[in-house]
Design a protein around this ligand. Structure first.
Ligand code: HEC
Length: 150
């Protein structure tokens, strides 16, 4: 049966391509320089450091924000979650325009994926390594946080 060999090869090639794509998207997340985004303007598709936001990614980011972030950052992003009272420094208020101006989309994305320590902040801000290969979800987080500043 000659047909089995090509299909197995195709699987192997597919796996290699998938790995390369994942590596490439991670590299894009890490290496793209900060874009010139207008203050509080947020990322438009294609202008941010991360992937295009899909409706699925937006829904996933919303779900994850409630389950992983709100405990410290608060439902509305004001840094007033129940877990924040014991923290020092406190989480930033995402609704504060000065804070929004002080930070790039790239730094927000890096803090979320690699944790506070990776961007020179406290390690109390935990990394989310499972998002490393989900750039669209990370982009949706950035979008969500930028919207809070408007
Ligand atoms: C255990 C509490 C905690 C959790 C959970 C948490 N954070 Fe944070 N986060 C912090 C603290 C504290 C800071 C401020 C760090 C500092 O100023 O040193 C912070 C900072 C940040 C920043 C600002 C980074 C910067 O460069 O200024 C972003 C963005 C952020 N968090 C997003 C998130 C998102 C999104 C989640 C959920 C996926 C999350 N955080 C989960 C505590 C938390």
């Amino acid at each position: 049966m000659p047909s089995t060999c090509p299909s197995r090869d195709a699987l192997v090639i597919g796996a290699v391509v998938a790995t390369l794509l994942a590596a490439a998207s991670l590299a894009a997340l890490v290496w793209l320089p900060p874009p010139a985004v207008a203050a509080c303007g947020g990322a438009r598709n294609g202008a941010g450091p991360t992937a295009a936001v899909t409706p699925e990614a937006r829904a996933e980011a919303k779900k994850l924000y409630s389950s992983r972030c709100a405990v410290c950052h608060g439902k509305g992003g004001r840094g007033d979650g129940p877990g924040a009272s014991n923290l020092n420094p406190k989480p930033p208020n995402f609704c504060n325009r000065e804070w929004q101006k002080s930070i790039t989309d790239e730094k927000i994305a890096r803090a979320i994926v690699f944790g506070g320590a990776a961007v020179g902040l406290t390690s109390q801000m935990a990394p989310n390594p499972d998002l490393e290969d989900q750039p669209a979800v990370v982009a949706a987080f950035v979008e969500h946080i930028r919207k809070l500043g408007k």
